[in-house]
Design a protein around this ligand. Structure first.
Ligand code: NAI
Length: 299
């Protein structure tokens, strides 16, 4: 079965290069009309270029339909104007891929709080801005597909990326609540943690790995997550053609008996508390309270 994006309108942020460019090209090749957003910044978020226009030219040369947009995702008014331009030209917005990102790596000891804030601004506030700007349109259409871009650093940590890791797990959290709020309006929200050789990761991949980890090898998973048959509320890892699922799980835990609710009892029962036997994957926050109740009742 072919998965088509015919008659779909997609916005991909940070699509002037790297992963966003690969997503935009493949969406357009499969029939979507694509807003290629990028302010054309350097890796640290400074400066401007016409990277988005170059990707639009590539799409058009291949027979596709696209428009360039130079909004910075941290500026809500610019993002709202981008969405308005898409709706005016093409009547709707079906897909938003929040992909724009920057890096300001340093160990936390040496990190300036301005660099912490700049990274949180682009990844978290930028993703929230773009999502807010399409949300009403998607609700009114009763259809929307939104993809957040997390990272292995957000999910699992990485030395020198405290700002980036905080922002990246934050967008996964944003996706979880929005998938709940969007469900009755046909809006599905997912998260991808990609691994690819781009300028963002050029320092860490050995040259022989460049082809294996090309951005094109992440695009199939990303596009599935914004397709009509997309799931909702999943966190997917993707790289080198491998597609994985990451879960936020919860153990049943151990109920400290009345009269034994002390620090020492927590220490004494640590193995039972962290045991993964019968752990669950909650689909909403209330499931934690329900599991607590179950464990406290000894069920
Ligand atoms: P990239 O640096 O090629 O792409 C990021 C794009 O975002 C750039 O074109 C940049 O100009 C644009 N951008 C930056 N600030 C912007 C702003 N304020 N408004 C609009 N556009 C802006 O890097 P790559 O690797 O393609 O990154 C894409 C996404 O994937 C990022 O969110 C990144 O954090 C994430 N990611 C990438 C991984 C990898 O292995 N390459 C690993 C994990 C996450």
């Amino acid at each position: 079965m072919t998965i088509s994006f015919e008659n779909r309108v997609a916005i991909v942020t940070g699509a002037g290069g790297g992963l966003g460019r690969a997503y935009a090209l493949e969406l357009a090749r499969r029939g979507a009309k694509v807003v290629v957003n990028d302010l054309g910044a350097a890796r640290d978020g400074t400066g401007h270029s016409d990277a988005a226009a170059a990707v639009v030219a590539e799409i058009e040369a291949a027979g596709g339909t696209a428009m360039a947009n130079g909004a910075s995702v941290i500026e809500l008014d610019q993002v709202e104007a981008m969405v308005a331009a898409a709706v005016e030209a093409w009547g709707r917005v079906d897909i938003l891929i929040n992909n724009a990102g920057i890096l300001r790596d340093k160990s936390f000891a040496k990190m300036d709080m301005a660099d912490f804030r700049a990274v949180v601004d682009v990844h978290l506030i930028g993703s929230a801005n773009c999502t807010k700007a399409v949300w009403e349109t998607m609700r009114a259409q009763n259809y929307g597909r939104i993809l957040m871009t997390a990272s292995s650093t957000g999910l699992y940590g990485n030395f020198g990326q405290a700002n980036y890791g905080a922002a990246k797990l934050a967008v996964a959290g944003l996706a979880k609540t929005l998938s709940i709020e969007g469900a009755k309006h046909g809006i599905r929200v997912n998260t991808i943690a990609p691994t690819a050789t781009t300028r963002m990761t050029q320092d860490i991949f050995p040259p022989e790995m460049l082809a294996r980890f090309s951005p094109e090898n992440v695009a199939p998973a990303a596009l599935y997550l914004v397709s009509e048959q997309a799931p909702s509320n999943v966190i997917i890892g993707a790289g080198a053609g491998v597609v994985q699922a990451a879960y936020v799980t919860l153990t049943p835990g151990y109920a400290l008996p009345e009269g034994h609710r002390t620090v020492e009892e927590v220490a004494a029962n640590w193995d039972r508390i962290v045991s993964r036997e019968s752990e669950i994957v909650p689909q909403s926050g209330t499931e934690q309270a329900m599991l607590i109740l179950k464990t406290s009742l000894g069920q």
